[in-house]
Design a protein around this ligand. Structure first.
Ligand SMILES: Nc1ncnc2c1ncn2[C@@H]1O[C@H](COP(=O)(O)OP(=O)(O)O)[C@@H](O)[C@H]1O
Ligand SMILES: [Mg+2]
Length: 289
C-alpha cells in the first residue's frame, strides 16, 4: 500500500495553507509536526478527501483517491481535531450507531464495539453517558470510532491535545498497539508524544515540508548543537534574545537552560544529547512544548 501526495497545494483566497507538498507514505507511523497554522489540519483534510487540492493529486497505489471514492473511504479512519459526539448516548450506544453508519452488521458491530472498548480501556464505563466523559475519555472514544471499520489508513489530527499526562501515556500506548501493517499519520504540536510512537517525522512549516526523515536521523541533524547551562536570571535574559531556547528548569542554584546553537553559546555551556524536542526548537525556533 502506497499513499502518494504529489505537489499538492491548497489555497484559501490568497493564503497557501498547503504549499506544494509531496510525500510518499507506506506502512508505519508518521508524525506530522509543526506549529499552529502550519497546515497540518488542511493537509489531513486533503488526504481524507474532505477538501479538494487546488493543484496536485493524491493517489493510493497509483489511483487518484477521488476516483476510488467509497472504496477509499472504506480503508480510511479519520479522527478530526474537534470530535463531535452525542452527549446523551452511552459509549457503547454511540459506537454501535457509528458502526451502523459504517455498514457493519448487528453481530459484527456487537463484537467489534466490545473489542474496541477493551482496547481503549473504556469497558467499565461502556454504559455511561458521553456527556460525563473527560477530554481523554472522549479522545479514546474518538479513536475507537475511527477503528470500527479496521482502517488501513489512519489519520489522527492532534489526538493528544488537551490530555493530562496520564491520559497521554495511555493514548501513546494504544497508538503503538495499532501500527502493524497500516499507514498511521498523526499530527501534533506536542513533540514529546511523537518521540515514542512515530517512526518517521514530517516537519511542516508554512504549508511546506521542511524535512521528512526517520526520527533518529532527524535527531542526529542537531547533534552538537544542543547545550545546557545553569544561568542567573540576568544571564538568561541576555542570551534568550540571541539563541533558540528549549526547556528551562528552575533549580536552587539558578536556571538550567537548554540552548540550541551551532556554536558553544557560553563558557559554562556543556554539550548534551539531543532529543526530538530540540529538533523542533532548532527548526521552528522559540520554545517547544
Ligand atoms: N477554511 C479556511 N479558510 C481560510 N483559511 C484557512 C481555512 N482553513 C485553514 N486556513 C488557514 O490555513 C492555515 C493552516 O491552517 P491549519 O491547516 O488549520 O493549520 P494547523 O492544523 O497546522 O494548525 C492557517 O493560516 C489557517 O488560518
Ligand atoms: Mg490543526
Amino acid at each position: 500500500m502506497k499513499l502518494t501526495i504529489q505537489n499538492v497545494m491548497k489555497t484559501f483566497g490568497e493564503k497557501r495553507a498547503v504549499n506544494d507538498v509531496s510525500l510518499e507514505l507506506i506502512s508505519g507511523v508518521y508524525g506530522l509536526l509543526g506549529p499552529n497554522g502550519a497546515g497540518k489540519t488542511t493537509l489531513m483534510k486533503l488526504i481524507v478527501d474532505i477538501l479538494t487540492p487546488s493543484a496536485g493529486r493524491i493517489t493510493l497505489d497509483g489511483v487518484d483517491i477521488t476516483e476510488l471514492g467509497a472504496a477509499y473511504r472504506d480503508k480510511l479512519g479519520y479522527m478530526p481535531q474537534e470530535i463531535g459526539v452525542y452527549k446523551n448516548f452511552s459509549a457503547k450506544k454511540f459506537l454501535k450507531y457509528i458502526a451502523a453508519l459504517k455498514g457493519l452488521s448487528g453481530r459484527e458491530a456487537e463484537s467489534k464495539v466490545s473489542e474496541l472498548l477493551g482496547l481503549v480501556g473504556l469497558k467499565d464505563v461502556a454504559n455511561k453517558r458521553l456527556g460525563g466523559f473527560s477530554g481523554g475519555m472522549l479522545r479514546r472514544i474518538g479513536i475507537a470510532q475511527t477503528l470500527l471499520n479496521d482502517p488501513q489508513i489512519l489519520i489522527l489530527d492532534e489526538p493528544t491535545a488537551g490530555l493530562d499526562p496520564q491520559e497521554r501515556i495511555r493514548f501513546r500506548n494504544i497508538l503503538s498497539e495499532l501500527s502493524g501493517n497500516r499507514i498511521v499519520l498523526i499530527s501534533t504540536h506536542i513533540v514529546t508524544d511523537m518521540e515514542f510512537i512515530a517512526g518517521q517525522i514530517i516537519l511542516l512549516k508554512d504549508g511546506a515540508v521542511l524535512r521528512m526523515d526517520h526520527t533518529e536521523n532527524l535527531i542526529r541533524t542537531v547533534e552538537g548543537k544542543v547545550w545546557s547551562a545553569v544561568l542567573t536570571h540576568e544571564q538568561f535574559n541576555s542570551i534568550k534574545q540571541l539563541y533558540s531556547i528549549g526547556n528551562v528548569m528552575q533549580r536552587s542554584d539558578g536556571m538550567e537552560v537548554r540552548i540550541i546553537s551551532d556554536k558553544k553559546p557560553l563558557e559554562q555551556a556543556k554539550p548534551i544529547q539531543p532529543i526530538l524536542e530540540d529538533v523542533y526548537t532548532y527548526y521552528f525556533g522559540g520554545t517547544a512544548k
